[in-house]
Write a protein that binds this ligand. Sequence first.
Ligand SMILES: [Zn+2]
Length: 171
Amino acid sequence: MSDEKPSHLERLSLALYTNNLTMDVNRQRTDYDYVVALGIATGRNGSVAAPLTHLHLHSTQSAYRQAHEAVVDLVKRVGSKKNWRLNAGNTKRVADLALAHHVAPACPVCSGRKWQSIPGTPSTSGAPCTACRGSGRRPVHRNLHDEITQIIAMLEKADDLTSRTIGRLLR
Ligand SMILES: [Zn+2]
């Protein structure tokens, strides 16, 4: 995400709290445009897009629960197509871990900084973080690794599609 310009998602989170949904006849972008674009974008991009976007915009428990339900459904659909043969517990486990990873993708050991820190200082050492092997990304659990990784990729793709659809609609 760019540092200077707010991303479409950031702009949207402002628009969702607006009390001004008037359209601008001079075709300036208004909150109205963003809210409409969000509706179109999440509607087009599959069943996880809307609850995921909702979760990114409002990190509430109910938003998490809705997103989680959508991810469980996604795991069931993908699992039956790919013949994963997951029982109910593992289906939920894949959904839990994939969604947690998606929401907080930074490595918890190095906080995404990729290097080991020097204890007691804010500085990083020259050695890569052993937990994420210097990727800065939260390591994916070994058990059910492939299933979780594939679901994470789909969640990322859903977000990416939503963001690009909004970008196209508001060009
Ligand atoms: Zn790390």
